[in-house]
Design a protein. Structure first.
Length: 267
């Protein structure tokens, strides 16, 4: 399952990110024929919801994919949302950088709500801030948050086995940040100290393998993501497979990968 669940009152909310409905259109424009994955994606989300007993689904941005031709898959996205609304009491959409026209596409679908791109704050025993990750949250929401859950960067890990076969697996990251410092870097003001847990979800689309987290430090200079405001110390970044198997902190994972690479070179 490429997501996680949070409980707020009677709601069990399945959080996923980057469904990128219509991604296959871009592949075809680049000469790669790929059949539509929308039915498979829809089936996955519904099954994940049933697995965790979720009555609400929140998609943290990039619900749809294509940028240059936003009407190309509008009807496909609308049908996708209609089908999800039949399986969940509420479907919350937090717009990402690919989501032009999402208000128009989702308009009138019962149970589907389009939030602001600056995120949604879920208030509970631990306040959870949901956003895509391309736009800064509201200062007051960040100040009130204990946990921030985002998508946008499609984290994944390239794994090489003993015979040299390479696979790339989607992963979930948990990054510990000093909230006061994060607030100061993001907004230039002051906020109460303490720590905030940042959870980065992988892409939900079956064909999107993701961005290798070994290069994660480059995101400190990437204007397209709020991770540029974070202190990306590899020792504070926990790496999990999507079944929540803990692989270690990123410094340990990176060292293990380098040792495996050297073994292959010298063997």
């Amino acid at each position: 399952m490429r997501g996680l669940v949070v409980k707020i009152g009677r709601e069990r909310i399945l959080l996923v990110a980057d469904t990128h409905v219509g991604y296959e259109v871009e592949l075809r424009l680049n000469g790669i024929y790929a059949t539509s994955q929308t039915a498979r994606l829809r089936k996955n989300l519904i099954e994940w919801g049933e697995e965790v007993g979720a009555n609400t689904l929140a998609i943290l941005g990039d619900i749809k994919h294509e940028l240059p031709v936003p009407r190309e898959t509008a009807s496909e996205v609308r049908e996708f949302l209609k089908d999800l609304s039949k399986s969940f009491e509420r479907v919350i959409l937090i717009p990402g950088n690919h989501d032009s026209m999402i208000d128009e596409i989702a308009d009138g679908i019962q149970g589907v709500y389009v939030a602001d791109s600056r995120g949604v704050l879920l208030e509970g025993p631990r306040n959870v801030l949901l956003l895509h990750g391309h736009a800064k949250p509201r200062p007051e929401d960040l100040a009130a948050s204990d946990v921030l859950v985002m998508g946008h960067t499609h984290p994944a890990l390239s794994i090489v086995d003993e015979i040299g076969y390479i696979s790339r697996e989607p992963v979930i990251l948990k990054i510990t940040q000093n909230k006061g410092e994060l607030f100061r870097r993001m907004f230039g003001g002051e906020a109460e100290g303490g720590y905030i847990k940042v959870v980065v979800l992988p892409a939900s689309h079956p064909l999107i393998t993701g961005y290798d987290i070994i290069n994660l430090i480059q995101l400190n200079n990437d204007e397209r993501t709020i991770m540029k405001y974070m202190n990306l110390d590899y020792r504070s970044i926990e790496v999990y497979l999507t079944d929540f198997t803990f692989l270690g902190t990123l410094d340990v994972v990176a060292e293990s990968k380098e040792e495996s690479r050297l073994e292959m070179v010298t063997s």
